[in-house]
Design a protein around this ligand. Structure first.
Ligand code: AMP
Length: 394
């Protein structure tokens, strides 16, 4: 049994065919630079990379090319359902859902909350419905896991009608990843599935942390949009909101232009003036680049403050879980962050920290209660598992 997982962005469509029972990935790929002459469909099968030009292809042609590829590979017949990543489900979805006209209408209502992501997600759903008319389509929402946050965590201290009339509240993102690694961490750390307190730190180009109590998200760092929270690759994370008006006036730019700079030119890139890529910055910092050093210091400092803050709703900490491209791979970031949190009972074990990573999950501290650990995330597998479960439920 296989599931086709689709993640449609504005100029790309990621796809994977996964067996949710064995976790085996038959093929994974991306159709990218859509709409451009150099558009291509790239995929990996058995560790070997392949690429096929699809010049000028938009989403529809690209997904047709994916279907043709799945037929060539003999996979098309084995697919029992299509799982779609949907970025913003607002307050309307607390779990993954079979896609119906009502579900599509609700996702459309969430477009103002995520104007860049929800429209291509919806486009992907519409095309997949046409290409696979007999297969169930399932929506898996980045926001759904955080719908268990209590009002004290999701309500902004702003005029109340902003929430009632405009839906201004904290929703949180990366929910599929936080849910996946929290489940893995409970198994790996041998915690009680009904009594555990975790902080999960998904650190990649986009980064967020979540407080997970007994399998449920009780708080998280991202908010109405993925701009809030910790420092990221190109996003500032939380700042004084008055900076937006101040900089608009000071530079004569529109507020939207300032917000764009907070999304695309800030974070690691903004502080370092060099790169949003942690690998590049680690190298530059080691070579003596002072701004790269400062960018890494701020990244770790802001992160440690957020992690400590998320222990408030938990009351105690059993594990701090590192995941995502930086969390799984950066020995330096893990060492610095844990080094800022001795009062939580965490002490890094340098040997374990250096020997664990993306391909080797495990504890990186001297003690196991509480512990810091590395867990590899797998959002596609989580989407495939949700899809299979809903398909089997009928
Ligand atoms: P993601 O968005 O989850 O793919 O993560 C991308 C981030 O992970 C980038 O900042 C990469 O530089 C970072 N990353 C990947 N590998 C490493 C590594 N070996 N050391 C440090 N950072 C890494």
């Amino acid at each position: 049994m296989n599931v086709l997982v689709l993640n449609c962005g504005s100029s790309s469509a990621k796809f994977a065919v996964i067996d949710p029972i064995t976790s085996q990935q038959a093929v994974a790929g991306i159709a990218q630079r859509l709409g451009a002459p150099e558009a291509s469909c790239d995929w990996v099968i058995d560790g070997t990379k392949h690429s096929r030009p699809i010049p000028g292809a938009h989403h529809e042609e690209a997904l047709r090319a994916v279907v043709a590829l799945l037929q060539e590979l003999g996979l098309a017949e084995s697919i029992v359902g299509v799982g779609h990543r949907v970025v913003h489900g607002g307050s309307r979805f607390a779990s993954s859902m079979r896609i119906t006209p009502e579900v599509i209408a609700k996702v459309e209502e969430c477009v103002p909350l995520s104007p860049l992501h929800n429209p291509p997600n919806l486009l992907g759903i519409r095309i997949a419905q046409e290409l696979f008319p007999r297969l169930p389509q399932i929506g898996v929402f980045d926001t759904a896991f955080h719908q268990t946050m209590p009002p004290v965590a999701y309500t902004y201290p702003v005029p109340h009608d902003w929430l009632d009339t405009h839906g201004v509240r904290r929703y949180g993102f990366h929910g599929t990843s936080h849910r996946f690694v929290a489940k893995q961490a409970v198994v790996q750390g041998q915690f009680d599935p009904h009594d555990h307190r975790l902080v999960t730190a998904h650190l990649g180009n986009g980064s967020s942390c979540a407080a997970v109590r007994d399998g449920l998200s009780v708080d998280t760092t991202m908010g109405l949009t993925p701009l809030e929270g910790v420092m990221m690759g190109t996003r500032s994370g939380s700042i004084d909101p008055a900076i937006i008006g101040y900089m608009a006036t000071a530079t004569g730019q529109s507020e939207q232009a300032v917000i764009d700079a907070l999304n695309k030119k800030s974070g690691l890139l903004g502080v370092s003036g060099r790169s949003n890529d942690m690998r590049t910055l680690e190298q530059a910092a080691a070579d003596g680049d002072v701004r790269a050093q400062l960018a890494i210091e701020i990244f770790c400092y802001v992160l440690a403050k957020a992690i400590a803050g998320l222990v408030v709703p938990l009351g105690r900490l059993d594990a701090l879980v590192f995941t995502g491209g930086i969390g799984e791979n950066s020995v330096l970031v893990r060492e610095k962050v844990v080094g800022l949190l001795p009062f939580l009972g965490l002490t890094i074990d340098p040997v374990s920290n250096a020997s664990h990573g993306r391909d080797r999950a495990g504890c990186i501290t001297t003690r196991t209660r509480p512990q810091a650990m590395v867990v590899r995330t797998n959002e596609e597998l989580m989407i495939a598992m949700d899809t299979a479960e809903i398909v089997q439920r009928g």
